[in-house]
Write a protein that binds this ligand. Structure first.
Ligand SMILES: Nc1nc2c(ncn2[C@@H]2O[C@H](COP(=O)(O)OP(=O)(O)OP(=O)(O)O)[C@@H](O)[C@H]2O)c(=O)[nH]1
Ligand SMILES: [Mg+2]
Ligand SMILES: [Zn+2]
Length: 278
């Protein structure tokens, strides 16, 4: 049922539960039910909501096009900030050598406790399809990731009549355009217990809604150390008695922090400490 919002601007986001009234052959949204959670990013000048009422955020990446650890970490931090469990899938395992390199490179993310899976979505057989369904069953999952990673390919694999637009990578890269331009909600099963949300790829993933003093607690590899810092308001940069910087230097018993992840922490801390509209 196509429903319109009453005001000029829609307050609703994908995944919202709404109360609506029929008006002729369409409907009018009367109220939006309280949200369980809201997943969004916030750049310097605006906030962009992805979806609401999620059970899981699937960060879909692939060795090609290359993704940065910044992008991945930002998406994971946003999921932690919204209190939504993330799942990482590294797609395009048929591109054997770059895929293996990317898989090795994801080792710190596995070590910090994230579920990281490998897939070849373009050529998935019944077994891989069943394994993927197992990860998603009974949940509403937002599929997130850089343009060209295979988000729409995943939707088409699991939602038989979705026909989400996918693009040849070369074309996507040449034009710099995103094939998917809006966010779509798909039920996977007739009983409507499992849903997937396709979203446009992102380049920038602003985290301006995150308090820099809270950042380390949203990064599991850092978070496991912060309780042992000497100062309760430690920024984990230059303070004496900082358990995070100590973990960088020695192989700590409860897990080391990779240099790359600590660099991301430092850069994000700086970024989030700057006034938002400066
Ligand atoms: N080699 C290989 N290519 C794949 C695989 N999965 C998807 N692709 C290709 O990658 C390209 C991009 O896939 P899409 O599903 O359109 O990517 P997307 O994440 O939806 O991209 P945007 O909509 O732009 O954000 C297409 O040409 C797919 O056929 C895979 O497992 N292996
Ligand atoms: Mg797409
Ligand atoms: Zn510290």
């Amino acid at each position: 049922m196509l429903c319109h919002s009453r005001g000029k601007r829609s307050q609703g986001v994908v995944g919202d539960r709404v109360q609506w009234l029929p008006s002729r052959d369409e409907g009018t949204i009367e109220a939006i039910e309280p949200r369980r959670n809201l997943f969004f990013r916030s750049d310097a000048f605006r906030t962009k909501s992805f979806a609401a009422n999620l059970d899981q955020v699937l960060v879909l990446i692939a060795a090609e096009p290359a993704f940065s650890s910044q992008q991945l970490s930002r998406a994971l931090i946003a999921a932690e900030a919204a209190g939504i469990p993330p799942l990482v899938i590294l797609n395009k395992s048929d591109l054997t050598t770059p895929h293996q390199r990317a898989w090795d490179w994801l080792a710190p993310y596995r070590a910090m406790g994230y579920r990281v899976l490998s897939a070849s979505l373009a050529e998935a057989g019944p077994e891989q399809r069943a394994a993927l369904l197992e990860e998603l069953r009974g949940k509403t999952t937002l599929v997130l990731g850089p343009s060209g990673a295979g988000k729409s390919t995943l939707i088409n694999l699991l939602v038989p009549d979705a026909q989400a637009l996918t693009s040849e990578l070369s074309r996507a890269l040449r034009t710099g355009k995103h094939t998917t331009t809006s966010t779509h909600f798909y039920w996977i099963d007739a009983a409507r217990t499992t849903a997937l949300i396709d979203s446009p790829g992102f380049q920038e993933f602003g985290l301006h809604h995150v308090d820099p003093m809270h950042l380390a607690r949203l990064m599991p590899d850092l978070a496991r150390h912060v309780e042992r810092c000497r100062f309760y308001n430690c920024t984990h940069r230059h303070e004496p008695g900082c358990a995070v910087t100590q973990a960088l230097q020695v192989e700590a018993a409860d897990g080391p922090i990779s240099a790359d992840r600590y660099r991301i922490y430092q850069e994000l801390f700086e970024e989030l400490s700057r006034p938002r509209f400066a």
